[in-house]
Design a protein. Structure first.
Length: 506
């Protein structure tokens, strides 16, 4: 459902005409343009899917896309020979600035936030022939506002639904990006992650999601949470497409100190994917992070069997993450939220409704529709923080426990190049009253806190609900994770679930 604040620039007759085209099938290959596929026709099909699946009164109304460009097909056709992307369409999470639409982070406080500028990653995307198709819904403020939230809900965009079961949660905070790609509303989407916000919705929606090394992609003009952990990343149908989009987006940005090494580290991430092999590759299996769900464990066992059949050497690892790592991460996120959001809001052009975190807190209190389903406890706690030495100590400790004494130690001591585990459990029922229902599955926080690469690839389904396989590696080992993921895609023998656009069990 589109809110009254959303820009909808297609007429009813245009939407009806496009809907007659039918549902687009996913563009599975990164070589689509060179294979002769008309990017304009593909864009038109994606727009038709948005009209049918996101907008139509009798459709599933996924609430994945907040706004889109009805002229995208013409733009895609005009860019068919430009750059790496050659007219491919990309949806952008609505905490990333694009010049033509507001950037709201899902909040009514930023409903009119028309900055007129592109985030550097969006500018790179356009320069490489990418077409920005629209903006996607998200968990409001990227799910950092308060407790008991329902992932995929925002005051601007409503509740995003999972295409595989529309009464189930799409996870978040990049909920709209994950659901839109799964529903074939674009060739790809861009999500952002602080801790799980790309990988969880990718897993829950049955697509590929890649959280790169922090610093590979610019964060300038993205509504921030954490300078230590924030990054954007691709959400796609295949590892090859994720690698292609990453190649287009990555690079250094003078305004983002974290990206100093990016130009030296970026490469053509698609190179070698077609020949990537698992033969002789040692991979660590995080057994305890597989969790207690028998269905997830059965799917994970099949994924391991496929890896072994392809020649991988699996090394079982028993690992218990220290509780203080998560404790200190919490302090880091709250402290950096206050500093980062205050700086972002203070630097906005024009006359926004809010200029500080305190302003946002006050705005929410004055607008009961914002706080109907859950509160803003995290915002309020963050706004009270001022002890920088305590913050610096917490950051050093959490980074040490997740990085040097976490991923780095596990890789070194077990002589493995990557760690695997299920990404998350299957999607849970949407519950606005009591919030999300996560299972204790996965190891994504290790990669998030350390700032290391984390790839999730579909590995099967539990009762029709997708589950992803996580591959986690060392800092700047992004290309290797993508190569391993591409090799696993080819080795995978389990059929993948297809979206039903119905309630679970129907």
């Amino acid at each position: 459902m589109r809110s009254a604040l959303t820009i909808v620039s297609a007429t009813g007759s245009t939407l009806l005409a496009l809907a007659a085209i039918g549902l687009a099938q996913p563009a599975q290959s990164a070589a689509d343009a060179s294979a002769g596929i008309d990017p304009g026709a593909a864009a038109a099909r994606y727009i038709a899917n948005i009209a049918k699946l996101d907008d139509a009164a009798k459709g599933p109304r996924l609430n994945a896309v907040i706004v889109y460009n009805p002229k995208a097909a013409a733009e895609a056709r005009a860019k068919a020979r430009t750059g790496l992307l050659r007219g491919r369409t990309v949806l952008v999470k609505d905490n990333i600035e694009t010049r033509e639409w507001p950037t709201t982070a899902g909040s009514l406080a930023l409903a009119g936030n028309m900055t007129g500028r592109d985030a550097p990653l969006v500018a790179r995307l356009r320069a490489e022939g990418g077409v920005v198709l629209g903006k996607t819904n998200l968990s409001e403020w990227a799910n950092i506002r308060g407790n008991r939230s329902s992932s995929g809900w925002s005051a601007v965009g409503g509740q995003t639904k999972n295409p595989h079961a529309i009464d189930r949660n799409p996870c978040g905070s990049s909920a709209g990006s994950g659901a839109a790609v799964a529903a074939n509303m674009a060739w790809a989407a861009i999500g952002t992650e602080t801790d799980g916000s790309i990988t969880c919705p990718a897993s829950a929606n049955g697509i590929v999601g890649f959280k790169p090394t922090v610093g590979l992609i610019s964060r300038t003009h993205i509504v921030p949470i954490s300078a230590s952990q924030d990054t954007a990343g691709p959400m796609t149908h295949s590892v090859a497409d994720a690698a292609l989009l990453l190649s287009a987006m990555s690079g250094s940005d003078p305004a983002d100190r974290a990206t100093t090494e990016a130009d030296a580290r970026k490469t053509d991430f698609t190179k070698g994917l077609g020949m990537a092999s698992l033969k002789g590759v040692r991979i660590g299996v995080l057994r305890k992070q597989a969790g207690p769900h028998s269905g997830v464990n059965a799917v994970f066992a099949k994924a391991q069997a496929d890896l072994v059949a392809a020649g991988a050497i699996l090394v079982p690892i028993d690992y218990d993450p220290p509780g203080e790592m998560f404790r200190d991460e919490g302090l880091v996120l709250r402290f950096e939220l206050k500093e980062g959001l205050n700086a972002y809001l203070a630097g906005l052009p024009g006359k926004p409704k809010v200029r500080t975190l305190a302003d946002v807190i006050a705005f929410n209190k004055a607008h009961p529709e914002e706080l109907r389903w859950f509160g803003q406890e995290t915002f309020e706690a963050a706004d009270q923080l001022s002890d920088r030495p305590a913050y610096l100590a917490a950051r050093a400790n959490s980074l040490r426990l997740a990085g040097a004494e976490g991923i780095d130690r596990l890789l070194r001591e077990n002589s493995v190049v990557a760690l695997i585990a299920p990404t998350e459990g299957p999607a849970w029922p949407i519950d606005l009253v009591t919030g999300d229902h996560f299972l204790p599955i996965g190891a994504g926080s290790l990669a998030a806190i350390a700032g290391y690469p984390h790839l999730t690839v579909p590995m099967g389904a539990v009762e029709g609900l997708p589950v992803g396989l996580s591959l986690i590696g060392a800092r700047w080992d992004d290309a290797r994770m993508l190569n391993l993921g591409a090799a696993y895609e080819r080795a995978r023998t389990v059929p993948l679930a297809r979206p039903s656009f119905k309630r679970w069990g129907e």
